[in-house]
Design a protein around this ligand. Structure first.
Ligand SMILES: N[C@@H](CCC(=O)N[C@@H](CS)C(=O)NCC(=O)O)C(=O)O
Length: 205
């Protein structure tokens, strides 16, 4: 393999899209390898942890875990702080995003609709606003990005989680659930408007 390859599902969402954006802003010429759910069933057992995204880097074994992929790309292409403590602070925020329920949350597997509704309403009323309040305290006051004036890999993670929660795609979690979190919205808007991010979406259509 001579070219980097990022394997994920064929949708502009979640952990895979974070990594694609990081690679794109880094200027890496990578293969954007997109799988259907059927193809994934065969690929899953061959991946490091049975999860996507996976980054194949020339001359290296496959790398999984979105935060490891993001920090690898960020360190290599100056999209992650050089200062060790500031880098760790960004990684802590990335871990905080991973702590939030996504497609792999137990409520996804609830088959009883009433039970699922109750659990999701509980998430919307308590857990997610508390999660957002902790996140707000970590985000730079002036911004526009998480760490200040420069976009870093942590910002792609914030973009994707805020985009998803705002979309209202999770049943019984209203798209207004982050309304009390202006800094999260500010990071989302700044990353979304970044010329290289716009360029990615123009290219992808
Ligand atoms: N902590 C992992 C979580 C990876 C994960 O759960 N990925 C989901 C897609 S976002 C996945 O692989 N789903 C398919 C499966 O579990 O079979 C990461 O950050 O990469």
């Amino acid at each position: 393999m001579t070219k980097a390859r990022l394997t994920y599902f064929d949708a502009p969402v979640s952990r895979g899209e974070e990594c694609r954006l990081a690679l794109h802003l880094a200027g890496v010429d990578f293969e954007d390898h997109r799988l259907t759910r059927e193809q994934w069933a065969a690929v899953k057992p061959t991946t490091p942890f049975g999860s996507a995204p996976v980054l194949d880097w020339p001359g290296k074994p496959a790398l999984a875990q979105s935060n490891a992929i993001l920090t690898f790309v960020g360190r290599r292409y100056d999209l992650h702080p050089k200062d060790d403590f500031e880098a760790a602070r960004h990684e802590a925020m990335m871990g905080h995003v991973e702590d939030l329920p996504r497609g792999d949350h137990p409520t996804m597997r609830m088959t009883d609709e009433a039970e699922k509704k109750r659990a999701r309403e509980q998430l919307s009323a308590t857990y997610i606003p508390a999660w957002a309040a902790y996140a707000e305290r970590q985000i730079d006051a002036d911004g526009p990005f998480f760490g200040g004036a420069t976009v870093q890999v942590v910002d792609f993670k914030i973009l994707m989680i805020v985009r998803w929660l705002k979309s209202g795609a999770l049943d019984h979690v209203p798209g207004t659930v982050l309304d009390g979190a202006p800094r999260l919205h500010r990071v989302h808007d700044a990353v979304d408007a970044h010329p290289r991010v716009r360029d990615w979406y123009e290219k992808r259509g």
